[in-house]
Design a protein around this ligand. Structure first.
Ligand SMILES: [Zn+2]
Length: 396
């Protein structure tokens, strides 16, 4: 964990050059149906100071950003990746509820922070988030008469309230909830046992949570995580384990055909994970669901054309502290992984709050697998290079 005071140009926050990342070939699809269908489901939105997301934001500038949920379908079974914000914030634990001025204190996940910075975060910039309630993914799927019995797993990119939605809306029996490594110890014991906790204790008691193993897990996984695999796609032969894929040291091939990987993506908060989904087989193309590894295109784009011409911005620093990253060094490395993956012409990265994609990509029941054919990657990044170039000229 990094400590100390940072300046905005601190070398520790400098974007990592792409050649610093190792590369492991992403396996070819073994069969034409070794893919998943990924759909974007809009939920509530958030208003936040832009300055928390990018150093290019002015001090008083705010931004309204989406908070997305994704339906990942494989045959008759499906997974929800993130649930967005809950539609009824008034039923949240106290520290997540709106305060009188309509703002929200984001306490979720702050157990993972050092005590001194926890108070700073809860009472500082994260207090400036304002939720704009809207329908959750379950409600939207129901409107489309989606058969919720097909939902076999919920995956949370991380533990924050703008991703955990409302577990109480899940169908009964509720699917298990998969979390990144070491999430639960930073969530527990839940509210009101801990008056500052952002997770209801009732959820922790009621639902089945399973964590991905830590970075040090060697060999095939055992125990609950090994039993969690979805039925139809596992012949019982494939063992789950951390494997290298692309520029990632740790990915798990969930369906054992390379169609869906969950990736360890640390830095933003304890247990932050991402997903890499193969959405077409011939030729293969992918979507990388980046969660909150970054909150702005400015940090992972544009992809540098050379080490000398790198227009990416570092994590924003306010009052000497890098924002929205419990471990700034790890977060900076993970953001560079988004850039490295985005350098592949058959990979489109999508952040959980990447508002630039709004109105560009189709939403559920539309299929994000059409991104390449429809030019959505270029469309959501249009003008970005020019803006970054203008910023650079403004600096020099
Ligand atoms: Zn978020």
């Amino acid at each position: 964990m990094s400590t100390g005071v940072y300046k905005q140009d601190d070398p520790r926050l400098r974007p990592v050059p792409l050649d610093a990342y190792p590369w492991t070939l992403i396996p070819s699809p073994p069969t034409p149906n070794a893919i998943v269908k990924v759909s974007l489901i809009p939920t509530s939105k958030l208003v936040a100071p832009l300055r928390l997301f990018t150093p290019a934001g002015d001090d008083d500038e705010t931004e309204e950003v989406p908070s997305w949920s994704f339906l990942i379908e494989k045959g008759d079974e499906s997974i929800l990746f993130d649930l967005g914000l809950r539609a009824d914030p008034e039923h949240s634990p106290r520290c997540v509820q709106n305060t009188q001025d309509g703002r929200v204190c984001l306490g979720a996940g702050t157990h993972g922070y050092a005590a001194h910075s926890r108070r700073k975060i809860v009472e500082g910039p994260l207090r400036q988030f304002k939720p704009l309630p809207g329908k959750g993914p379950i409600e939207r799927l129901t409107e489309h008469e989606y058969d919720l019995s097909r939902l076999k797993l919920v995956v949370l990119s991380h533990q924050h309230f703008d991703h955990y939605g409302n577990l109480d809306t899940l169908p009964s029996p509720a699917p298990p909830v998969l979390l990144g490594p070491n999430s639960l110890e930073s969530i527990g014991p839940g509210y009101p046992a801990d008056p500052n906790a952002a997770w209801p204790k009732s959820w922790l008691d009621k639902y089945r949570f399973v964590e991905l193993p830590g970075a040090d897990a060697e060999g095939a996984w055992e125990g609950e995580i090994a039993r969690l695999r979805l039925g139809a796609f596992h012949g019982g032969q494939h063992e789950l384990r951390w494997e290298r894929v692309g520029c990632f040291d740790r990915g798990v091939d969930w369906f054992c055909d390379g169609s869906l990987w969950f990736l360890d993506g640390p830095g933003h908060c304890p247990g932050h994970i991402m997903a890499l989904a193969r959405v077409t087989a011939s030729p293969p193309s992918y979507i990388l669901l980046g969660g909150d590894a970054s909150h702005s295109q400015d940090l992972y784009l544009p992809v540098p054309t050379s080490p000398e011409h790198d227009l990416r911005l570092p994590l924003p620093v306010i009052d000497g502290q890098p924002q929205l990253a419990v471990d700034p060094a790890l977060a900076t490395y993970t953001i560079g992984q988004l850039t490295r993956m985005s350098a592949e012409e058959n990979v489109m990265v999508l952040l959980a709050h990447e508002g630039e994609a709004e109105g560009v990509v189709d939403v559920y029941p539309g299929d994000l697998g059409e991104w390449k054919a429809k030019g959505w990657k270029e469309a959501k990044e249009r003008g970005l290079k020019d803006r970054a170039e203008a910023r650079r000229r403004g600096r020099t």
